[in-house]
Design a protein around this ligand. Structure first.
Ligand code: HEM
Length: 422
C-alpha cells in the first residue's frame, strides 16, 4: 500500500461553497502546501481528493499521461432522459474529457482553427464590441449613478467574442447571451425551469448553427473547424460538444479575468496610474492578474490510472481523484517571491528591454490540454482593459473590496460583482 505523506491533513472537510473560502481560498492553499506539494483533502460531500498545490508538481501532473482526463464511468455524467440533460450529456463528450489518442486528433483540428493569424484578425471586432459595451456603461452611469462592471462589461464581452468565434449572426447574439447567462447561474437564482430551457435552446441552436455552417461556411473560426477534413474532420456530435466547450471554456474564464483585473486596478491605484502612463505595461497587468487571481482556480479533474510518486515522498495511489490547483501553484513562494502581492512589474520588460523576471504562470494550464484560447483571452483583456480605464478616468469602486461575493466552487474564481461610479 502506498503511504500518503500527510494522511491526516487537513483536519476539517473542505466546503467549496463556503462564501469565505470562495472569496479568499489562498490561506487554505498555503497551509495545504506547507504539508507537501500534494495533499489528500476530505471534501464536504464525503469524498476525498488529492490537491496539488506546488508549482513544479502541478506542471508535472498536467504533463503526465498516468493522470487521465476521462471521467470514471458514470461519474458526473447526467442521464440523458430529458432535452436539457441530453444537452449536458453532449457537453460531457468534449475534448477536455478525453486522453490521447482521441484528444490528439481533436486538439490538432482545434489548434489549426485557432491559429494565431486567425485569432489576431478578431482585434478590430473586439475593439468595436468593447466600445459598444462602454457606451452602455456610460449610459447606465449617467442614468443610475453606478454600474456593475461584471454585468455590463466582463460578462457580455467574452460572450460576444465567442459569438464571433462561432460565427453567430448578429441578430442571435442577445439570445446567446441570455442562454449563457442562465446556464451559468445557480439553479435557485432564477425561476424554476429557466436553466433547463436555456440548455435545451442552446442545444437546438448549436445543432442548427452546425447545419448552416456545413451548407454555407463563413470567415469565422468555427466554420474552419466544420470544414477541416483532416483526419476525417469532426462529426456533428463532436462539433456540438466543441461549440459548448468553446462557449463555456471561453466566457466564464475571460469574464473572471476582466472582472479581477478591473478590481485589482481599482484597488491598486499606483499600478493603474503606471499602466495609464505607459501603455506597454498592459500585457504585464494581464499576466500578473492571471497569476494573482487565476480565473480557473483548479483544472478539470484528473484521476490516477496507477500509483504515481510525485517526489518528496508524496505518492498518489491509483484511482485517486486529483485536482491541480492552478491558483495555488501560481502563488508558490518557491517560484514567486511575495506571491500574495499584485505586482505587474514582475512580468514587465525592464528599461533595457530585458524580459520578465518571473516564472511563467500556469493560469492557462500546462501539457497536452494547455488552453486553446490563451491568445484570444490575452487579446480580449489587452484590448478591453485600457479602453475601460481610458473611457472613465474617475472610475472608482463603490463597495468594500474585501466584502465582494465570489463565485463558489473549485473550478472558476472571480468576483460576482464589481460596483463602480465614475
Ligand atoms: C482568461 C481566460 C482563460 C483561462 C484562464 C483559461 C484556462 C484554461 C485552462 C487552465 C485549461 C486547461 C484545463 C485542464 O487542463 O483541465 C483550458 C483549456 C481549454 N480552453 Fe481555456 N482559458 C481561458 C480562455 C479560453 C478561451 C477564450 C477559449 C476559446 C474560445 C478557451 C478554450 C479552451 C479549450 C477548448 C480548452 C481545452 C483544451 C484541451 O482539452 O486540449 N479558453 N483553458
Amino acid at each position: 500500500m502506498p503511504t500518503p505523506r500527510h494522511p491526516d491533513a487537513p483536519p476539517t472537510a473542505l466546503d467549496p461553497a463556503d462564501p469565505a473560502f470562495a472569496r479568499d481560498p489562498y490561506p487554505y492553499y498555503a497551509r495545504l502546501r506547507e504539508q507537501g506539494p500534494a495533499a489528500r483533502v476530505p471534501l464536504a460531500n464525503g469524498t476525498h481528493a488529492w490537491f496539488v498545490t506546488g508549482y513544479e508538481q502541478t506542471r508535472a501532473v498536467l504533463a503526465d499521461p498516468r493522470f487521465s482526463n476521462v471521467p470514471p464511468r458514470g461519474a458526473g455524467r447526467p442521464k440523458s432522459d430529458s432535452p436539457a440533460q441530453r444537452a449536458r450529456a453532449c457537453l460531457a463528450r468534449h475534448m477536455l474529457n478525453t486522453d490521447a489518442p482521441d484528444h490528439t486528433r481533436l486538439r490538432r483540428l482545434t489548434t489549426a482553427a485557432f491559429a494565431p493569424r486567425r485569432v489576431d484578425t478578431l482585434r478590430a471586432r473586439i475593439e468595436e464590441l468593447t466600445d459598444g459595451l462602454l457606451r452602455d456603461v456610460a449610459e447606465r452611469l449617467a442614468r443610475e449613478g453606478s454600474a456593475d462592471l461584471v454585468d455590463a462589461f466582463a460578462f457580455p464581452l467574452p460572450v460576444l467574442v465567442i459569438g464571433e468565434v462561432l460565427g453567430v449572426p448578429e441578430a442571435d447574439r442577445a439570445a446567446l447571451r441570455d442562454w449563457t447567462y442562465r446556464v451559468g447561474s445557480p439553479a435557485d437564482a432564477l425561476r424554476p425551469g429557466a436553466v433547463d430551457e436555456a440548455w435545451t435552446s442552446l442545444y437546438a441552436y448549436f445543432g442548427e448553427l452546425i447545419a448552416h455552417k456545413r451548407r454555407a461556411p463563413g470567415p469565422d473560426l468555427f466554420s474552419a473547424l466544420t470544414h477541416d477534413a483532416t483526419e476525417g474532420g469532426l462529426d456533428d456530435g463532436e462539433l456540438l460538444a466543441m461549440a459548448f466547450l468553446l462557449l463555456f471554456a471561453g466566457y466564464e474564464t475571460t469574464m473572471n479575468l476582466l472582472a479581477s483585473a478591473s478590481l485589482l486596478l481599482l484597488t491598486h491605484p499606483a499600478e493603474l496610474a503606471a499602466a495609464r502612463r505607459d501603455p506597454g505595461r498592459w500585457p504585464a497587468v494581464v499576466e500578473e492578474t492571471l497569476r494573482h487571481a487565476s480565473p480557473l482556480e483548479g483544472t478539470t479533474w484528473r484521476h490516477a490510472t496507477q500509483d504515481v510518486d510525485l517526489g518528496d515522498g508524496t505518492r498518489i495511489p491509483a484511482g485517486s481523484s486529483v485536482l491541480a490547483v492552478l491558483a495555488a501553484a501560481n502563488r508558490d513562494p518557491r517560484h514567486f517571491p511575495e506571491p500574495d502581492a499584485f505586482r505587474p512589474g514582475r512580468y514587465a520588460h525592464d528599461a533595457t528591454g530585458r524580459g520578465p523576471r518571473a516564472a511563467p504562470h500556469v493560469a492557462f494550464g500546462h501539457g497536452p490540454h494547455f488552453c486553446v484560447g490563451s491568445r484570444l483571452a490575452r487579446l480580449e483583456a489587452a484590448v478591453a482593459l485600457p479602453r475601460l480605464f481610458a473611457a472613465f478616468p474617475g472610475l472608482r469602486l463603490t463597495a468594500d473590496a474585501a466584502e465582494l461575493p465570489y463565485r463558489p466552487g473549485l473550478l472558476v474564481r472571480g468576483p460576482r460583482s464589481v460596483p463602480v461610479a465614475a
